[in-house]
Design a binder for this molecule. Sequence first.
Ligand code: G16
Length: 562
Amino acid sequence: MSGLDSPFNKPKPVVSLDVRVLDALAAGILPYPVPPGRKYEYGTAGFRMKADAGLEHVVFTVGLIAALRSKLLKSATIGIMITASHNPPEDNGVKLVDPMGDMLQQSWEGYATTLANTQNADLAKTYEQFVNDILVSVISQNQDRPANVVIGRDTRPSGPGLVKALKAALDAVGATYQDYGYLTTPQLHYMVRCINTQKHPVPFGIPTEEGYYQKMANAFKTMMYGRKINGPVIVDCANGVGAPKLKELIKYLPTSEEGGIDIKVVNDDILKPEVLNHDCGADYVKTRQRAPPGSKAAINDRCCSLDGDADRLVYYYTDSSGFHLLDGDRIAILGAVFLKEMAEKAGLADKLKVGLVQTAYANGASTEYVKKVLDVPIEVTATGVKHLHHAAARFDIGVYFEANGHGTILFSEKATQIIRETQPRNPGQKYALDSLSASIDLINQTVGDAISDMLFTEVVLAYKSWTPENWLGIYKDLPNRLVRVTVKDRSVFRTTDAERKLESPKGIQNEINKAVASYVKGRAFARPSGTEDVLRVYAEAHYPHEAEALAAQVEEIVKKYG
Ligand code: G16
């Protein structure tokens, strides 16, 4: 990227853009200047910040990047999602979705960052330079490819203004776009893959909301055959876009009387912007380790929470002994247990190797269970589904979840083919093969999808006849504590070893190591968040008060250096 940082040092462009395009760009960006001193960075999940901190400028430039990427990839459709997911209502953000529905290829994050940090006066010329740098192959074939983009957004009040800025950019460069309006993030990823596989021998699905619900409902019905879900599930939708979408999906699902599911939706108020993710949602439940106050759940009710854009899911319940969390680690293990069992019953255990991907936030007890009891290979990556996704794609069946509830299960092309082409020799094998095949459709193959993960979890619990208590009982989590620490400049903290260690500031890791060494089963790390202006500190230990104390100690160390 170093060459791109100084585009004006490059030789003269091979093509000059039509002056009308350059003028349209210069005019289009005019209302969206970069606030003085502002620096933008493509973080864990795209750009994310206070919506009034110059985000329109960023969104405008993201539109240009999407157009360039589409042109480079033979006019494939690129997705743009406007959301700040679990962040508070006053934040917003934008992320790009690649043609197969996965996150933007990482090598392009630099282009996006450079363009976002380009001042208005230089934008048209920098875009022209990017056209020449990035689209060399297109230019040399003398082609003028159209660019195609689809747009989705969550329910934040800043969304419409940001979409306006985005469309101004797309109009300026003549890109074609379809605006889906409100979507969950995983729904947008689904649409992108559907559109780009329409002409494939096996298209991913129909690129409409109805197509999404229908595909999921059909797979759910197949998986429910002969299984019974025990009682209702209460779903906290974080007062976000997941609420109307889940209510729509329910219309396609069989009720519990019909052999289906009874879903009770709570925290579904999308008309009061200030309640989004407020005292509710997956991040609240995971971080605070308590049920949302407004969840209306009774003792032993099976509950789960989505986040603001419905890509995270955590389960929980309370009983006489208190609150119990079943987070992403647990969902991953439940999925791996089921799929491993189905692969064995289908007679395909040696052909369908299940693997699991975690991050440093995974509870040490879950990692031990996966290695010693489940006997499944495990990989650890940096935080961010963009990292986990690629690692999971290397397994036949790759289960990836962050402890915060963000994750999915990927079936490789080879695994899909084996599952769909194997002829069953007995009813048990048929049942297992049908379950595996329906899992491929039920579980969103593009990205973590809280709604699809929830239905899958419900089916697996039904198959195992497990209550949340049984699920919790398969191993005991190490007590842990996650804290957000505000520092002056989080960019001075640099991590290594899948974010488990800090390599800068110098000396800090030694201090953390010393603190950790004084606790039984102690483990702790600190890393800068890529979605919020904070440092995250995670600590676990044998006893709850020790996990608390270790987290507090690391927090103090971090504050000293930050
Ligand atoms: C995003 C990413 C997740 C990540 C989370 C927190 O989630 O997609 O992979 O775990 O941010 O990241 P960080 O700790 O860097 O702030 P979401 O649900 O907010 O889009």
